[in-house]
Design a protein around this ligand. Structure first.
Ligand SMILES: Cc1cc2nc3c(=O)[nH]c(=O)nc-3n(C[C@H](O)[C@H](O)[C@H](O)COP(=O)(O)O)c2cc1C
Length: 229
């Protein structure tokens, strides 16, 4: 994650105060001289958080970030379900556009694990998508699922654009051997497009260099980020 990215603060509200949620407001963030957008977002209690893990390694560098996020979310009483892309059979999107013809119902012609994962995303309260950098992009394990997510939105580019995951918080976690600049930031660009297509609420793109290892400082940074949700 780049420090240039706006950090958001989250307000835990009870259902009774949900009506008090307003549009994003600009305030001067603590310890910063720049104006940052602070979103007042309803973070429900006992959320079901879905992790879509894109590394082929179930216990690798990126999984280390997942473990930290999971630990912090569980401390707050949330439930975390992890799906490993490497264990799933997800065919690539073939751009048949049948989903786009199906109106307000979620639909994908494919009945494979990809469609199951998309349905799980729709049912989840929040989503974490992870991927190590592979040539500055998503891994081939998670990319088919990213593309198939097109089935969760309609009429992109028009005023009628809508999504079945509209407003859902999404946190991206990524590691790579190299730096964020000209490397991690390239994947973040793709993540931003994903957020735009699906009308998601981007919590953050958290990037950590894994060479020689993810630093304790970075781990602590992620812990604090998730703990603040
Ligand atoms: C095929 C391949 C491509 C990679 N491309 C990049 C890259 O473009 N940028 C980078 O910083 N690291 C790259 N890496 C290194 C991994 O992103 C890095 O080691 C990562 O932390 C691995 O995470 P994991 O243990 O969760 O799989 C690449 C690794 C592989 C195997």
């Amino acid at each position: 994650m780049s420090d240039k990215i706006s950090r958001r603060q989250f307000v835990t509200l009870t259902a009774g105060t949900a009506a008090a949620i307003a549009a994003p407001i600009n305030v001067l963030a603590k310890n910063s001289t720049s104006t940052k957008t602070i979103t007042k977002r309803l973070i429900k209690e006992n959320m079901n958080v879905l992790v879509l893990h894109g590394s082929p390694k179930e216990n690798g560098n990126t999984a280390g970030l997942v473990d930290i996020a999971t630990e912090e979310l569980k401390k707050k009483g949330h439930t975390v379900t992890r799906m490993n892309a490497v264990d799933m059979e997800v065919e690539p999107c073939i751009a048949c556009m049948e989903c786009q013809k199906s109106g307000k119902e979620f639909y994908c012609i494919n009945g494979d694990d990809g469609t199951k994962a998309l349905k799980a995303m729709i049912e989840a309260d929040a989503i974490i998508i992870t991927s190590p950098l592979y040539f500055a992009a998503f891994t081939a394990h998670i990319k088919p699922l990213i593309d198939r997510s097109f089935a969760m939105c309609r009429k992109f580019g028009t005023k009628q654009h809508f999504s079945f995951v509209d407003g859902k918080p999404v946190l991206f976690l990524s590691t790579g051997a190299g730096p964020y600049k000209n490397n991690g930031e390239i994947l973040e660009g793709s993540c931003n497009d994903y957020v735009r297509f699906l009308k998601l609420d981007k919590v953050d793109f958290f990037y950590a260099s894994s060479k020689p290892a993810v630093s304790e400082e970075k781990k602590q940074e992620l812990r604090q980020l998730v703990a603040a949700l």
